[in-house]
Design a binder for this molecule. Sequence first.
Ligand code: FO1
Length: 324
Amino acid sequence: MAMTKSEPVAVICGGVGAARLLRGFVGRIDAEHLTAIANVGDDMVLHGLNISPDLDTIVYTLADAVSAERGWGLEGETWQAMEMIGAYGAVSGEPLDWFSLGDRDLGTHLFRTGALAQGSTLDQVTAQIAAKWELPLSILPVTNDPIRTMVTLAEGDEAGTEISFQEYFVGRQHSVAVSSVRFDGAASAQAGPGVLEAIDAATTIVVAPSNPAVSIDPVLAVPGVRERLEARRGDVVGVSPIIGGKALKGPADRLLVELGRESSATAVAEWYRDVVGTLVIDTVDADQAPAIEALGVRAVVTDTIMSSPAITSALAETILAERV
Ligand code: FO1
């Protein structure tokens, strides 16, 4: 049935793919009933700054300020500070400019770092950042506690070495094989203020098309989150980030294979079968619907490549209409 604008929706989010989908819900669900529950496993301290990439990607995207080319960071950035710190790195021999922080983006990290140092919590700081950008939704870090997604490398002389998510994703351009993933701190993390309440209050819970292994799973790993989705599986609708066997952006396709699965919509259904009652897959994967349904997951076939606001809006509408 068509959702009215006031029926609460909670969206489990990673970064770029989730941010794009959220735009489809804006205008369909009013701001006080739309909640993004965001991954913090990509977070890191760099140059002494608290950096939260998935939170910032959602904020900048929903503020229409995100770099269209990169999908992260701000449009129209300058890089004076990075040039400066890069020069000092060159002298010390240690590359200090491997993670690109634009001059205005640095303002966000300076604000967050200062506020946290003065005792604000991550959810409070995120709410202030969201307010400045006048976001039409609530954005909640899944926890205020530190979670660090760590990957173990599978090949070469680094085989068996564990590195942080950003060292993998940016430092090595996610071009190295991974043998396992873990979320340091997740088991002892406390769900952030409003997180479990938003899930309980939602009539539809959406698992956004983010990377299942390194972006969605760290959110589900926070105590109380996975359990709630399992208990309300019939109200949970996932969107496959794998289309025609590929991820549109990032390493989700390779990671599924490296972690022993296939890179397919069916494999995503298997990954999520305990927590989603419905999986939305792309039209190119329509032939996999029977295999997905055989897993006990309803398959809904539609256009999932959000290449236009109209497609994004139609995808959001399909998700809201398809709750079992
Ligand atoms: N991704 C890159 O591939 N290279 C970068 O230099 C980079 C910098 C960066 C700075 C701020 C930010 O919020 C995101 C940034 N990202 C960069 C993207 C980031 O690594 C990813 O968004 C994730 O963490 C995965 O979703």
